[in-house]
Design a binder for this molecule. Structure first.
Ligand SMILES: Nc1nc2c(ncn2[C@@H]2O[C@H](COP(=O)(O)OP(=O)(O)OP(=O)(O)O)[C@@H](O)[C@H]2O)c(=O)[nH]1
Ligand SMILES: [Mg+2]
Length: 442
């Protein structure tokens, strides 16, 4: 339990109609008592209107709302001050509170206290962080599911089953000491397999989780004048890049983010690839090739009505690419490969299919689970992978008829990793890093 009282502005800095300052800790009420001339009858979840006074000066007219421990966000006594949204006023109220014993909160410290006081689990805290930063509807839904504890519950179910399996196993091992041959039946193996497949399902959501949090990078490349910038503008629904009939229009990399079927997609438009003696164009084409290896998806644009020729530049290995044949309004050449996505920026045709193909290319690893709401993040993925490996070794040992001691060790390892994902045995560093990512006042 912490015994100091922390304070921070919980709304964005700057001028606004209102600002909310939050205090949490045992002295929350006392600090405000010291700033008000008129006595306050503190009642949980009730708001009172008061004038704050500091060093004989009127600070502001505010509304104070009180939450009593443990029924607050942090689990501690908490007071929220709603004041006028003037940065100088906020500064004065903060300073006056610090003079009366409050301490400035670190980023995420309110949420960290909530975690330490068992008000929310580690995966819920991670969901909350994702919720604050979610860039699309789909990211919001996934963050909300995690914040509501759905992932935590799925992990708890897996853990309970593992504990149960382990206790069965230990019981058999105890019998062994009494001279009875220890054995586990096919039912036991079946249960381990089922736990492993549940873990597999969660692990498959990791690529989507990453895309929802960080966005996926798609780079648009092709020869000059094929309509790369036109494609960028259409996907963005915005006139972002210059479009012109002269080849060699785009020189710099142009980056923008769009929302494609709920997936945050970072798009980069590039200079056309061709032999040139213009140093600016050469540099533009070089930058385009240099950014390619960072892409999660390459959008290779050609012209639909012209004879198809493979790209003269190298695609980075291992990055999926889509062939997009633009200007279909001018015709379709017979030489176009069958997998080309035929579109026309001018007529708007083919965009439905293009979006579907981009979506499935990005979610390929999830095979048919693109509607998944529950996703795991990078930290959970790393630890859950380890747990899955332990389970694989458990199954191997069971199938090979290795000793049950080995099975028990592997199951224990899996349990240990699972406890870490859930947040029961997570080390300080990971916790510190997580909470630092929150904004101040959260
Ligand atoms: N007919 C037709 N013209 C198009 C279509 N899409 C783009 N264009 C035209 O093609 C020309 C080149 O378009 P851009 O989008 O500037 O092509 P780009 O690939 O970015 O060209 P660079 O930046 O020079 O490499 C412009 O005149 C566009 O209006 C299309 O679907 N149909
Ligand atoms: Mg261009």
């Amino acid at each position: 339990m912490t015994n100091d009282t922390i304070i921070a502005l919980s709304t964005p800095p700057g001028v606004a109609a209102l600002a909310v300052i939050r205090l949490s800790g045992p002295e929350s009420r006392a600090i405000l008592d010291a700033l008000t001339a008129e006595k306050i009858e503190w009642r949980a979840r009730h708001a009172v209107y008061r004038t704050l006074v500091g060093q004989g000066q009127i600070l502001d007219d505010v509304v104070l709302t009180f939450w009593q421990a443990p029924h607050s966000y942090t689990g501690e006594d908490t007071v929220e001050i709603s004041c006028h949204g003037n940065p100088h006023l906020v500064e004065k109220i903060l300073r006056a509170s610090l003079e009366h014993g409050a301490r400035t909160a670190r980023p995420g410290e309110f949420t960290q206290r909530a975690f330490l006081n068992d008000k929310l689990s580690l995966t819920q805290a991670e969901g909350l962080l994702d919720l604050l930063y979610a860039p699309t509807e789909r990211a919001l839904a996934s963050a909300r599911a995690m914040k509501e504890g759905k992932l935590g519950h799925a992990l708890e179910d897996i853990r309970r089953e593992l504990i149960d399996l382990l206790s069965h196993l230990e019981a058999s091992l105890d019998f062994a000491e009494e001279g009875i041959e220890p054995r586990v039946g096919p039912e036991f193996i079946g249960r381990v397999e089922s736990v492993r497949s549940q873990m597999g399902q969660l692990l498959r959501t990791a690529p989507l989780g990453r895309i929802l949090q960080e966005g996926a990078l798609a780079v648009i490349v092709g020869e000059p004048n094929v309509g790369k910038s036109s494609l960028l503008n259409t996907l963005l629904h915005e006139d972002r890049a210059i479009v012109a009939p002269t080849p060699g229009t785009t020189r710099d990399l142009i980056e923008a983010t769009c929302n494609l079927r709920g997936l945050p997609l970072r798009l980069i438009d590039t200079a056309g690839q061709r032999e040139s003696s213009d140093p600016v164009e050469i540099e533009g084409a070089r930058r385009a090739r240099a950014v390619l290896p960072q892409a999660q998806l390459v959008l290779h644009v050609v012209e639909a009505h012209l004879p198809y020729a493979p790209a003269k530049f190298d695609f980075p290995e291992g990055i999926p690419s889509l062939l997009i044949a633009n200007k279909a309004d001018l015709g379709r050449h017979a030489s176009l490969p069958a997998d080309a996505i035929v579109i026309s920026v001018r007529s708007g045709e083919g965009f439905e299919q293009l979006e579907a193909r981009i979506e499935s290319a990005l979610l390929a690893e999830m095979a048919g689970e693109s509607d998944t709401v529950l996703t795991i993040n990078a930290r959970q993925n790393a630890t859950l992978q380890r747990a899955a490996q332990s389970l694989d070794r458990t199954l191997e040992a069971l199938h090979n008829g290795s000793g049950l001691e080995i099975v028990s060790i592997e199951l224990r390892d899996a349990l240990h990793d699972l406890a870490e994902v859930i947040g029961e045995t997570t080390n300080e560093d990971i916790l510190t890093r997580l909470f630092q990512n929150f904004c101040i006042g959260k």
